[in-house]
Structure formats: C-alpha cells, structure tokens
Design a protein around this ligand. Structure first.
Ligand code: SF4
Length: 368
C-alpha cells in the first residue's frame, strides 16, 4: 500500500531546495521526486515564467490543443461525515435532497442535450442513500448515452468498484483532502472519513478493480500547499509504478465559500496554484490535470494551454440543480465560474484550443 508521507519531512525537503536545484529540475530529462520538490519550493518562484513556458510545451506535445470538458451531477447532499470545510457536512442545516433514479436520469439528459459526453456523478457519503446498488442502477441507465461516466462518492471496496466498472463507470475520483495526518484529524470530525488510511488506500483499490482512471487531489487551503503537491507527486508515482495501465488525474480544488462558513486556514493564491500545476506537469507530462469551476473564469481562461487539460463547465453543485436552476439551496460550495458550457466552449476556442466533449467510448471497454 502507498506509505503515508511524512508531511513535516516533505516540508523540510522543499524548504531546503536551492535555486541551483530548481535550474537542474528545469533541465532534467525525466524529473524525479526531488526535482518536483525543487519546482514547488519558494526557490522556484523567480523561475515561474520558465516553468510556465516548459509546462505549456509539454502539454502541447502530449495533449495537442484538446481541452476535455465534463460536468458534475450531484445525486445527493446527505452525508454522514462531518468535514469542517464542507457545506454537506452532517451538522450543517441545509435543504437535503437525494435524487431518485428518474430524477438523476433527467439531470443527465439535460447535460446530454447540452452536448456533454463526460459526466461525474457526485454525492455526499451516505451509503444507505447512495450505495452500490443505486450507483450500479444509474450507471446501467446512462452507459449507452455518455462516453464516460465517473463517480466521486464514498470510498468503496475493490469488489464494489469492479461491479461498478462492469456497469459502465469508467473512472473514480477520491481526493485525500490533505496528506497531513494531523490536519486531517483536525478537519474530519466524525464519520467514516475520519479514517485517514482507508482513504489513502482507496486509489489503489480503484486501480486494482480495473477502472480506466483514478483521480487524486488535495483540498488547497487546509495546510502547506507545497508539501501537499509533493505528496500528490509521490502518490502519482506510486500509482504509476503499481498500476501502470490505470490513468491518473490530479485535481486542485481550492477551498470555496460553503455552508458552515469555514475559511481557508492557509491562503493559496492563484500564483501558488499555478506553480503547483506547472510543477506537476513538468514532473509528469502525461498526467491529466483538472481545473474545475471552483476557479473564476478569468483564471481558468488564463491557464488554457499552460498545463491543465480538463475543465468542468456549466456546473451546479446542488442535487437537481440542472432541472431546477433557481434552487441553489443545498449546494456543496459556491461556484467561481458561472458561465454556461457554450460560453466555456467559446472561450476555449477563442484562445485557439479545441473543446473536446468525447475522447473515449465505452465500446473500447466492452470490446464491442
Ligand atoms: S467533503 Fe464529502 S464526506 Fe465530507 S462532509 Fe462533504 S460530502 Fe461529506
């Protein structure tokens, strides 16, 4: 299993990096983990433009002009956990709702009509409400209609992931939130999510089940983003080594305003986020890097071509929000980029990139 990173050690390694090590990392043919530490370090800040240039070059070589688009469907905002930073936390008084299979299908149909081919099914962690049977049933309903259906739900067993893969789920996102065990304990106050290690081992179970892709990430704003970035690099490299046939993506959710009023404990600026993205791109030229609608349109447009490869668009973070756009009560967090999918598509095209709705077909999976 992926060994828990020693967070303080990671911080120390990063702080000790010199500008000479940054220069070496920038010219390394195959940057290793120490090169990533240098690229994330304060010593790399004066090299940000060079990092952006190299990151853009690698991204163009590996991904061309394609920017993949996806949209989330929130199935339920019931949750048995109490995460201090989340609007869905069990102790927050919000309007709770879980979608019936018909309602979930109706949400999916709206996105399908808008041209989405990749959807991400999201829910709070309440397995009595959104359990494996429910997820399997909705996957079977949607599998012919979408090129890829991913999930971001409670961690499951390998056997359950294998069952969902068979039903048509192709990818699983499961973010560690923070690799800092002390901070993890501080913000995960109750529920199954308090088990740091079970969550840490989840991406390996996803890959072992044969899923096409696993998404990892850290919630930025809880603790030292540089060390989180290095931990993500370690996790990424470990997954590649042990599950070479499973694609890995990395997300960079920055804390957004949510019910409960939790404020970021450590501010992460757009410059910090950019350094993290460039660093990971230089470390792993092939990894998919996601930038969600948590970020504002201005920043997302500015990052086009510089490293990120997948964007969500036209997102609503409340269950049933596409069918009832006037009801924003019950959102997980407020969205930073409020544009419609068409507006996002136009912005991508205006910058000379290709908004891509589909880069995969389930027929590849079933061998049809
Ligand atoms: S982050 Fe996830 S598990 Fe935690 S309260 Fe929110 S929905 Fe529940």
């Amino acid at each position: 299993m992926f060994p828990s990173p020693d967070f303080q050690q990671l911080q120390q390694t990063i702080q000790d990096c010199t500008s000479t090590e940054v220069e070496l990392a920038l010219t390394a043919r195959k940057p290793g983990i120490h090169d990533l530490a240098a690229l994330l370090s304060p010593a790399a800040v004066p090299f940000l433009e060079e990092m952006a240039r190299r990151s853009a070059l690698l991204t163009a070589q590996r991904f061309g002009k394609a920017i993949q688009l996806y949209a989330p469907i929130y199935l339920s905002n019931y949750c048995t956990n109490r995460c201090a930073y989340c609007g869905f936390a069990a102790n927050n008084r919000i309007a709770r709702k879980s979608l019936t299979l018909d309602e979930a299908e109706a949400e999916a149909e709206i996105l399908h009509k808008r041209g989405f081919q990749h959807i991400l099914l999201v829910s709070g962690e309440a397995e009595d409400i959104v359990g494996v049977e429910y997820l399997e049933a909705i996957a079977l309903r949607l599998r012919g209609r979408f090129a890829a259906v991913s999930i971001e739900v409670q961690p499951l067993s390998t056997a359950h992931y294998a069952r969902l893969f068979k039903a048509g789920i192709t990818a699983v996102a499961v973010y560690q939130e923070t690799y800092n065990q002390e901070m993890y304990k501080e913000v995960h106050l109750a529920g199954k999510k308090t088990d740091y290690h079970y969550r840490l081992e989840t991406p390996a179970r996803v890959a072992a089940a044969g899923m096409r892709e696993v998404g990892i990430g850290a919630l930025l704003g809880l603790t030292d983003w540089r060390a989180e970035g290095l931990a993500l690099g370690l996790h990424l490299a470990w997954l590649h080594k042990h599950f070479w046939s499973t694609g890995v993506t990395v997300s960079f959710p920055r804390l957004r305003p949510a019910a409960g009023g939790f404020a970021p404990l450590v501010p992460v600026s757009e410059q910090n986020l950019s350094q993290l993205i460039f660093g990971l791109r230089l470390f792993d030229p092939d990894v998919g890097l996601l930038l969600s609608t948590r970020e504002e349109a201005r920043y997302r447009d500015g990052m086009l071509g510089l490293g990120t490869t997948r964007y969500s668009a036209g997102s609503c973070t409340a269950p049933g929000g596409y069918s009832h756009p006037d009801q924003t009560d019950g959102e997980q967090f407020s969205v930073g980029d409020l544009r419609t999918m068409d507006e996002v598509r136009m912005a991508i095209a205006a910058k000379g990139f290709d908004p891509v709705s589909k880069d995969w077909d389930s027929a590849f999976q079933t061998g049809k």
